[in-house]
Write a protein that binds this ligand. Structure first.
Ligand code: HEC
Ligand code: HEC
Length: 283
């Protein structure tokens, strides 16, 4: 960014940032259930090296109280929803009279590793986990689609994501994915709204600062769907994007739009190398 642009975004940020320069991430180590050691800090992927040396999980920016909720699955409020998804997995739905487990007899464990690579291009289309599940419900079960950010959908996305917990995020950005990734990248650096702020103005230029009562992170999505204490439910990635764009006082895109699919791929690629933390807990 050139100096004039940097100054312009500093002024825009001053409108929303309460405390200027503050500390970066803390030094805490995330070990879940006393056995699963998570990578919350690692070298930035090659495509990001002009921006950062190191990427950090959002967990490292949370208070000790919030962090504690993710250290033990008995304390993690998202696990109630994961349990509900286990029930949906066994429940017959749709015209074919089938449940997930009718065909996936080994249970959700068979999807280990899948979420770390999503979204990805399938049949020419950039496909998120939500897309995969709804297409699959229609085709395999004759069942109605789930709402994108609805409780059934996000619980199932969390259950499948949990099977990859601890594995490194590893979305592909080359080949067929490249044009989608480029589009997402362009969005990430576009200034939205009356405040004229891009994702990068906050999550790249200003992470570590306080914004209102929030310690600003790098905006990683390795923990999604995430349980937000403020909303007391699981939040989808696209819901979080909407909220962040709305905060710049801009009109935003719809959940499940092609714009947000592309943005999801790009943001996921900024997390490549961090452990999947799904389901994470945030403020
Ligand atoms: C005005 C500053 C601002 C802008 C612009 C902004 N965000 Fe955020 N974002 C926040 C704040 C504040 C939070 C909550 C604290 C945190 O986790 O960083 C947040 C949280 C997030 C999170 C959750 C991180 C986690 O670990 O749970 C994601 C993902 C995210 N933002 C993505 C984006 C994307 C993508 C854009 C651009 C479309 C964007 N943000 C634009 C301020 C911003
Ligand atoms: C009629 C049998 C059937 C039912 C019912 C069914 N599936 Fe599947 N599922 C399959 C088959 C076969 C595949 C592999 C081929 C494919 O991707 O379509 C698959 C693939 C998947 C994949 C992708 C795996 C990968 O690595 O790409 C996911 C995720 C999945 N199923 C989840 C579910 C969930 C969740 C349900 C219940 C809501 C469900 N399935 C119901 C047969 C079924």
């Amino acid at each position: 960014m050139n100096a004039a642009k940097k100054l312009a975004s500093a002024i825009a940020l001053a409108a929303v940032v309460a405390t200027p320069a503050l500390a970066g991430p803390d030094d805490d180590n995330l070990m879940i259930n006393e056995e699963l050691n998570m990578v919350t800090e690692t070298a930035a992927p090659a495509h990001l090296q002009d921006a950062f040396d190191t990427i950090y999980s959002g967990w490292r920016f949370r208070t000790d109280e919030t962090q504690a909720l993710q250290i033990d699955d008995f304390e993690n409020p998202a696990m109630i929803f994961v349990d509900q998804a286990l029930e949906y997995f066994e429940t017959v739905d749709g015209t074919e009279g089938k449940s997930c487990s009718s065909c996936h007899e080994d249970g959700p464990e068979q999807f280990a590793g899948l979420s770390a690579t999503m979204p990805k291009v399938i049949g020419g289309k950039l496909t998120t986990m939500e897309d995969l599940l709804n297409a699959h419900r229609a085709k395999a079960m004759g069942a109605e689609p789930w709402k994108w950010s609805g409780p059934e959908m996000q619980a199932m996305v969390a259950l499948i994501g949990l099977q990859s917990r601890g594995m490194p995020m590893n979305v592909a950005i080359d080949g067929e994915a490249a044009p989608f990734w480029e589009k997402g990248k362009e969005m990430y650096y576009t200034r939205y709204g009356q405040l004229e702020l891009s994702c990068a103005n906050c999550h790249e230029d200003s992470y570590g600062m306080m914004i209102r009562a929030d310690h600003l992170s790098q905006g990683q999505i390795n923990g999604f769907p995430t349980y937000r204490l403020k909303q007391a439910k699981l939040i989808s990635k696209h819901n979080r994007f909407r909220g962040c764009i709305r905060d710049t006082r801009a009109h935003t895109f719809a959940e499940g739009s092609d714009e947000f699919r592309a943005l999801e791929l790009y943001v996921a690629s900024r997390s490549n190398g961090l452990s999947v933390e799904t389901p994470a807990v945030r403020q």
